[in-house]
Write a protein that binds this ligand. Sequence first.
Ligand SMILES: C[S@@+](CC[C@H](N)C(=O)[O-])C[C@H]1O[C@@H](n2cnc3c(N)ncnc32)[C@H](O)[C@@H]1O
Length: 233
Amino acid sequence: MSGLGVPDGHMRRIRSYVRREGRITTAQRRALEDLWPRFGVADSSDRLDLGVLFGRTAPVILEIGFGDGQSLCAMAAAHPEQDYLGAEIHRPGVGRLLRDLGAQAIKNVRVMCEDACSMLANKVQDEQLHGVHLFFPDPWPKARHHKRRLVQAEFVELVRCRLVVGGYLHLATDWEHYAQHMMVVMTHAPGFENSAGPGRFAPRPQNRPFTKFERRGQRLGHGVWDLIFRRSS
Ligand SMILES: C[S@@+](CC[C@H](N)C(=O)[O-])C[C@H]1O[C@@H](n2cnc3c(N)ncnc32)[C@H](O)[C@@H]1O
């Protein structure tokens, strides 16, 4: 048992994505072939030893659903003192990130091409992560699809268990309804404290790079809502 009510490996599966291969460019395919051995984490059933994975002991930040990896790459380059683990199921996006990591000779990133929920439940141990980023997750706007949203009580409890005390979960979305839903879920989640004060959204952090989906939201005239909650117990 990893903590309050989330037995290891037993989180109810959230179908937060539809698997689609999409178009993969030659450069992305080449990056997947050439750079996966350097940055990729093999999909096995073993628990991760983060010290071995990164070859050192440093704070580890997990980004879930990094898309084409713009924020992950920029944050890792800006913070070489931290290590970054990315989980994304969309292979073209993984290829794009690998290409950028290789081009910039970034050393502090490891990439997983798999479902972040089962990865968190089965491969990350308790109190291993200093931060978890979930930027512009699929909003699943239709009411009948809300159960596919990643931010739900059980998921948030799993994240809490994997964070060190004092570690943070940073959520950002351009969908107002999802932002309000996130605030309700996080406010009711035991063991978290809102860094902006009760019920308040956080100011957009300067160090959060713009992502493809944030730009898309801007073009559509959407607002952006950030929530940063720290594990308090
Ligand atoms: C709307 S996109 C946002 C991408 C990126 N964060 C950005 O801001 O540009 C959501 C991404 O989350 C990924 N995703 C959804 N559920 C996931 C899961 N359970 N595990 C890993 N990736 C997931 C999708 O493949 C998609 O690339």
